[in-house]
Write a protein that binds this ligand. Structure first.
Ligand code: EPU
Length: 448
């Protein structure tokens, strides 16, 4: 993929702009993370359920009336927001304490209201995946245009085109996408780029469409395979989960099901980067090596040793890593969500590394923050040239999005002195107690 692909702002339903500044936090409201660098990390940390899977599984429950129990769902702001979106349609959503982690229990009534209101949707990009399930279940959907992370235009033209090929019709009414489809009919859909969200929306609409749908050049992320697994448990007929071709034979009706969310590979990457910055030896319990093999290989090239362990993933890092070049690509390539962590690692690695961001325009804003900490980084369009320095120095910096905020925390772990990350509510959108988990490994991180 090149910068002339999906990086270009689309004229069709283009979306950009910052996230609302006052989002509620799942952990109460945190506004700052304070990191004092220096300690090397040791010990065990348990990774939570994948945000980017849980959000879609919650949306998928709209496809059938009934009682759902989702295990290993992270208690983060975005999940709370998606729960609110379901409540707005008439569902009941609540947390239930269990002996291990709390479970999210969803009751979907026989009739739901096919509306996702602006006040919720504008706060998080993933809300757009409500479109496919609402259309399939109700024959119509009124969804406000979504917000999301502040890293450039994020159009939804592929979602609209794919659902259109299944028979949906769209119009914009007062800032809402109004979609109608009295009867969805299976079709052969070729995505011009393996968009995660477009694949999920088309998939969730097609499970109840008449006949067979084939999605070619589908996204292959583990979170999509997880969604396919839940949908098949609900009675859908999907073949090819985890591959670039999904074949879906529509069924007349689905039923509710229970499911356990896969571990979060981006949270896992956060701990790998943390130990990469500080040096040390950790075990990430519950992590899946097979979901992040290319990242583990890249970190190996940089001098870390990482291998699957009976409990999850074992990682050993020397006191200083070597630089490497890191291009982001759709799965199974190096995920764009790993990129801020890789840049944080390269900032103090030995040598020069070039990072190429191939998915999102404008995802380099946090680099200015890293420069405040003494990083030597030059950016040119979607390339960043990172010259490793011996050590960063703690500074006051700002989180522009979830991963950027977490990467600044990681950078602070290796820096001399204190780093204060403001706008940390972004981090709470995607991490359940990041400060507590890093502290459990011996880091000095506090949330306030
Ligand atoms: N794109 C289009 N048109 C579309 C859809 C996408 O041009 O209709 C472009 C996007 O603008 C972008 C590229 O295609 O340049 C990839 O977008 P994709 O649709 O794959 O991303 P997404 O579904 O919006 C999900 C994750 C992101 C992650 C990306 C890429 C969720 C909730 N979000 O977003 O995760 O970066 O896939 O892997 O699943 C995060 O967790 O912090 C996060 C941002």
């Amino acid at each position: 993929m090149s910068a002339s692909g999906p990086l270009e702002p689309s004229t069709v339903l283009g979306v950009s702009g910052p996230v609302g500044p006052d989002e509620p936090s799942a952990e109460g409201s945190i506004s700052r993370l304070i990191v004092t660098g220096g300690a090397s990390l040791e010990g065990k940390v348990r990774v939570g359920g994948a945000k980017n899977s849980a959000l879609k599984l919650v949306a998928a429950s709209l496809l059938a009336e009934g009682h759902y129990r989702l295990c290993n769902v992270p208690r983060i702001t975005d999940v709370e927001l998606m729960s609110e979106v379901l409540r707005a349609t008439g569902c009941s959503v609540r947390w239930e304490e269990t002996e291990s982690t709390p479970e999210l229990v969803i009751d979907v009534p026989a009739r739901i209201e096919p509306v996702a209101p602006y006040e919720l949707v504008e706060q998080f990009r993933a809300s757009i995946v409500i479109l496919g399930p609402l259309l399939a279940r109700c024959g119509e959907a009124r969804v406000a245009l979504p917000g999301g992370d502040d890293f450039g235009p994020r159009p939804i033209d592929m979602h609209v085109r794919g659902l259109g090929e299944l028979g949906a019709r769209f119009e914009m009414v007062h800032g809402y996408i109004h979609a109608t489809a009295p009867a969805l009919v299976g079709s052969k859909i070729l995505l011009e780029f393996p968009s995660v969200g477009a694949t999920e929306n088309i998939l969730m609409a097609s499970v109840l469409a008449g006949g067979v749908t084939v999605i070619d050049n589908a996204a292959r992320e583990p979170e999509i395979a997880d969604l396919c697994e839940l949908l098949n448990k609900m009675g859908a007929n999907i073949i090819g989960a985890g591959s670039a071709t999904l074949t879906i034979e529509g069924v007349a009706e689905l039923h509710s099901a229970d499911h356990t969310v896969i571990p979060d590979r981006i949270e896992t990457a956060t701990y790998l980067a943390a130990v990469g910055v500080t040096g040390g030896e950790i075990i990430i319990e519950g992590a899946r090596h097979d979901h992040m093999a290319v990242l583990c290989q890249k970190l190996g090239e940089m001098g870390m040793r990482i291998s699957p362990d009976a409990d999850g993933l074992w990682a050993l890092a020397p006191s200083r890593l070597r630089s490497a070049d890191c291009p982001t690509l759709p799965y199974p390539g190096l995920a764009t969500d790993f990129m801020p962590f890789l840049v944080a690692l390269l900032a103090t690695a030995d040598g020069v590394g070039i990072v190429t961001e191939n998915l999102f325009a404008g995802r380099f804003r946090y680099i200015d923050e890293l420069r405040r900490m003494g990083a030597d980084i030059h950016t040119d369009t979607h390339h960043a040239v990172v010259r490793g320095v011996e050590r960063l120095s703690g500074a006051q910096v700002k989180a522009h999005d979830i991963r950027a905020g977490a990467a600044l925390v990681v950078a602070g772990l290796g820096a001399e002195g204190a780093t204060i990350v403001s706008d940390a509510e972004h981090v709470a959108r995607g991490y359940e107690d990041l400060a507590g988990k890093l502290s459990g490994l011996g880091a000095d991180v506090a949330a306030e």
